[in-house]
Design a protein around this ligand. Sequence first.
Ligand code: FAD
Ligand code: SF4
Ligand code: SF4
Length: 397
Amino acid sequence: MAVVVIKEKCKGCTKCVKSCPFTAITMEEKKAVIGGACTGCGQCVDACPFGAIEKTDDGKEAADLSAYHGVWVFAEQREGKLMQVAIELLGEGRKLAESVGCELCAVLCGSGVENLAGELFEYGADKVYYADAPELKQYTTDAYTKAIYEAITTYKPEIVLLGATHIGRDLGPCLAVKCNTGLTADCTKLEINPETKGIMQTRPAFGGNLMATIVCPNHRPQMSTVRPGVMEKAERQTGRSGELVKLSVNFAENDIRTKVLEVVKSAKEMVSLTDATVIVSGGMGLGKPEGFDLLKQLADKLGGTIASSRAAVDAGWIDHAYQVGQTGTTVKPKIYFACGISGAIQHAAGMQDSGLIVAINTNENAPIFDIADIGIVGDLYKVIPAIIEELDKLPEK
Ligand code: FAD
Ligand code: SF4
Ligand code: SF4
């Protein structure tokens, strides 16, 4: 797709210059000239009163798009262990592959982690593309981008999914830029348009106040990142196998601009909200940081963990690692207790798919009650001790 000025029609009115959001148009000898900053957005086409700007389609891209096949999942591994989000993406990828009518593949990078291919087959991958090199042992942007970019240009997948982990959020945009395609970050829903077979990527926009569905009609691959915990994990089929395709990757001396000197793991308590089956979450209604001690008592009784709203994190009552919501972690436990949490849309975005939501709030009109399965109107400092007391009465198993 190219945007061109038809010089004979241009009257030099400069309207297009003002209309271009990317300052890509300049005037030369009273004629508009489109420069390299043009993104092809087409605003100037509509702005020109003389029909002097046109968007042309040379047909090449349509032909190129048809060369792309298959859904790929980036099989992120750390220290030889697959990240849970890779298994969730295989679950979602399988649905997409079935809707498109194509194969589901995983792309794995590392050093000596070929054994993970078996696991990926069992979780639904038909093919695993595996890049093995000492340079891929630790993640670096340059090494992983080079290995996967080369694989994409060779094998041409039509869809590439990555987890919105620290690594996926770094790698995804680099790959998208190199492939000259789009990337939709933090998708909460992925569907295939039955007519175009293109992917419809839905994500929260404008602070979570509306959901935007984004398409990538003219470029391939179509790329999305999805946060951990959002999609259902693929079911493991023991003994299932597939085809292992080894990628040849060679790194020149200057290919990798960074070196990992040391890996220092956070000494902080590791919080695994995505794996928890019971979460007892607290918000500003706790009134003080010590309120989390009471929540912990209930969480311990139920074999769960505590979590929080962002307001409690912002107040400095608890670490950000515990935050549930749009800018925190997305969780899907069997039971989610929302204690003194109003239920703002940004909080709900991270917990509304929980199995059973129990809300405890003094305000009967709090929005959390709109999504709660069980609503308790009352002071959490009275309700929670009462629940603990009842649990204590239950016979030990
Ligand atoms: P409040 O809204 O102040 O609610 C406190 C509740 O406690 C009230 O409903 C009150 O009735 C109740 N209460 C008071 N005393 C008691 C008591 N003794 N017993 C029982 N109930 C009591 N928020 C998140 O949580 N996660 C996010 O990821 C997130 N991301 C955001 C991203 C953006 C771009 C923006 C703009 C906001 C985001 N927020 C997020 C903030 C969100 O909008 C809310 O401000 C926040 O969730 C409110 O936290 P809260 O419910 O703890 O506090
Ligand atoms: Fe020329 Fe049209 Fe731009 Fe005016 S708006 S300068 S006529 S291209
Ligand atoms: Fe500017 Fe968009 Fe026109 Fe390109 S297509 S010149 S970016 S307004």
